[in-house]
Design a protein around this ligand. Structure first.
Ligand SMILES: NC(=O)C[C@H](N)C(=O)O
Length: 323
């Protein structure tokens, strides 16, 4: 049987509901060990409890700790794959972090749950079984980090949480899942190309994510300059356009060598230099903003944090954000 390591980090999958208050929170850190007899049908499964945190408490430092732990296991020849259990709120950010830094062809699978372990219709044990199955599947090799949830397999790069409570929350809006899981088999319907790897370090750079909204001005950007942040990601409108009142702040940030990555707040399509009006994509490109496609704002932030460890040069940074 293949040796699979499950690294638990917390999240609803490892929580339970207090039947009096109906509140859900982490309690016993070893709660997921109750699934081991079931998991043992699919592999020689070992569980390591790294920490037990709700995922809104996860920071890039914890992402680094998970990546380091996973890498150490993957480097052991007898280990076939690694599963990470994680809260769903920030799961896509951790999954993308792992995707960008883990140097191994072996499968890395992230999963979680929308209903805690003692709630009706708990989805955690089922998702965990499927994650272990995918982690032991050679066809998942060299696909980078995958997210397995509700019978689907998604690339870490494209997956996002789309629903606050539904068990079908994880979707890849533009491209759909890479595969699906049934009781009998695992079906991959397309292949994946890995992105350029970035260094596995605990991020030290502060990157702020700003979402544009109609009528916004430069005050938030001014604040980030005062705070001496190292980088900005701006979720712009449509194809990559912003209110003209944000431009003075953007120019000031660029003058201070703060790199700015532009993504769209639309979840389909690309940002490009189409519009020539004030604040349009053409002007933003000429000003030197880094256009990023294929990832959402929260993932662009993770990538910029990691890329800044390699270089602060906008041209070099731009090369990391090419599709
Ligand atoms: N379903 C979940 O896991 C949500 C929870 N708030 C968490 O991210 O930890």
């Amino acid at each position: 049987m293949k040796k699979i390591i499950v690294i638990t980090t917390g999240g609803t999958i490892a929580m339970s509901e207090n039947k009096d208050s109906q509140g859900v929170k982490p309690r016993d850190p070893k709660i997921l060990e109750s699934t081991l007899p079931m998991l043992s049908h699919y592999g020689d499964v070992h569980m390591e409890h790294l920490f037990n945190m709700p995922s809104p408490h996860i920071t890039p430092h914890e992402m680094y700790r998970i990546a380091k732990e996973a890498q150490q296991y993957l480097d052991q020849p007898e280990v076939a794959g690694v599963v990470v259990t994680h809260g769903t709120d920030t799961l896509e950010e951790t999954a993308y972090f792992l995707d960008l830094v883990i140097n191994s062809k072996k499968p890395v699978v992230v999963t979680g749950a929308m209903r805690s372990l003692n709630e009706l219709g708990a989805d955690g044990p089922y998702n965990l079984v499927n994650a272990v199955r995918v982690a032991g599947d050679e066809r998942a090799a060299d696909f980078g980090t995958l997210v397995v949830f509700n019978d689907e397999i998604h690339p870490a790069k494209t997956v996002t949480k789309t629903h606050t409570s539904n068990v079908a929350t994880f979707q890849s809006p533009a491209l759909g899942p890479i595969g699906l899981i049934t009781k009998k088999e695992i079906i991959f319907h397309r292949t994946l190309h890995r992105e350029k790897l970035l260094p596995l370090h605990s991020p030290v750079h502060q990157v702020v994510l700003i979402k544009a909204a109609a009528g916004m001005d430069s005050s938030l950007i001014e604040w980030t300059i005062e705070k001496k942040v190292d980088g900005l990601v701006i979720e712009a409108f449509g194809q990559g356009n912003l209110p003209p009142a944000m431009l003075p702040g953007i120019q000031k940030a660029l003058d201070r060598q703060i790199p700015i990555v532009l993504v769209s707040r639309c979840y389909n399509g690309v940002v490009q230099d189409t519009y020539e009006y004030e604040g349009g994509g053409k002007q933003l490109k000429e000003m030197g903003l880094i256009f990023s496609n294929g990832i959402n704002g929260q993932k662009a932030r993770i990538k910029l944090m990691l890329a800044l460890q390699k270089s602060c040069d906008p041209r070099q940074l731009q090369s990391y954000f090419q599709i």
